[in-house]
Write a protein that binds this ligand. Sequence first.
Ligand SMILES: Cc1cc2nc3c(=O)[nH]c(=O)nc-3n(C[C@H](O)[C@H](O)[C@H](O)COP(=O)(O)O)c2cc1C
Length: 371
Amino acid sequence: MSNNNLIASADPIKFAYWVPNVSGGLVISKIEQRTRWDFEYNRKLAQIAEQSGFDYALTQTRFTAGYGADYQHESVAFSHALLAATERLHVIAAILPGPWHPAVLAKQIATIDHLTAGRIAVNIVSGWFRAEFTAIGEPWLEHDERYRRSEEFIRALRGIWTEDNFTFKGDFYRFHDYSLKPKPLQRPAPEIFQGGSSRAARDMASRVSDWYFTNGNTLAGIKAQIDDIRGKARANGHSVRIGVNAFIIARDSEDEAQAVLAEIIEKADPEAVKAFGHEVTQAGKASPEGEGNWAKSTFDDLIQYNDGFKTNLIGTPEQIAERIVALKSVGVDLVLSGFLHFQEEVEYFGRLVLPLVRALEARSPAPVSTL
Ligand SMILES: Cc1cc2nc3c(=O)[nH]c(=O)nc-3n(C[C@H](O)[C@H](O)[C@H](O)COP(=O)(O)O)c2cc1C
């Protein structure tokens, strides 16, 4: 590999799935979706996922929604329940600075970590849905201010988890000689993921996050982000791993998979897609540089909440496995997956796609170096 920013990890690529703790599934379409958002469905899904070789489940945080997705279970409580129902799966709880305070979250997660043998993680999301903040009476900060607050949130969280007599003087949070007891079980601390890909989001990842999650994208688009973030992280003496969203449609034939995609698009709910498209203009597009998540999304892209069609994990198990290994070769450490019918398709993925990925990984040449 000639580009020294391009670092393929020696570790097997990891897999996460989006927990459907929000109603309506992962596509804004009237196509039949056998996915449900209730706990019974999700408990079974988590058990299927861990048996199928998934490493992580990612819950979503949402207090209200005006574009579909009408019902939402709270992310921390739901994550804990999924951990209690499984044995190996790690569950990542989505957290919004603003509604959450780092002291409350640090305490909550430390306790859950002890209750679940060290399998909880957090995803710090900076927010894009202004109407949600208005509805719950939370002030809405400008784009880059949201990231300034998130970075302080992460620094405070890590400080509380790892230090005694923690003192912190930020613009948003302050701590005075605070010692959390007990500390979390996981050492040095539970993993901290972040969602968001604007300039401010990338810079935050290159300084403080353990993991950077981004929306779906082309291989070239993903590689450009990774090179940028890892270059900066190296200069900061920090290392960050990368997770990429993909809406996976794996079928026995390519035609079948493409037909499912065509039907999702054909049955899209135009009003709800437009409403969602309007709300997300507060994300990347509202940043000073006008880049980031959804900044360039078309109507068809927006049908999947996080641009998951763009990653193109749509086709036969062989095609998908090859594309996953290509993602790994540009530095991706984890694929975050969404599915139309979660229970059936997570099982199919584990049975038919994952073994092919592992076989291809075993054949790949050893990486030059890892970060
Ligand atoms: C994998 C992933 C998961 C996310 N989960 C949530 C969530 O549960 N709730 C939420 O309000 N925003 C969520 N977001 C959105 C982020 O909060 C952020 O607003 C968005 O990515 C735009 O960031 P940008 O402006 O930096 O590009 C998520 C983003 C990603 C990439």
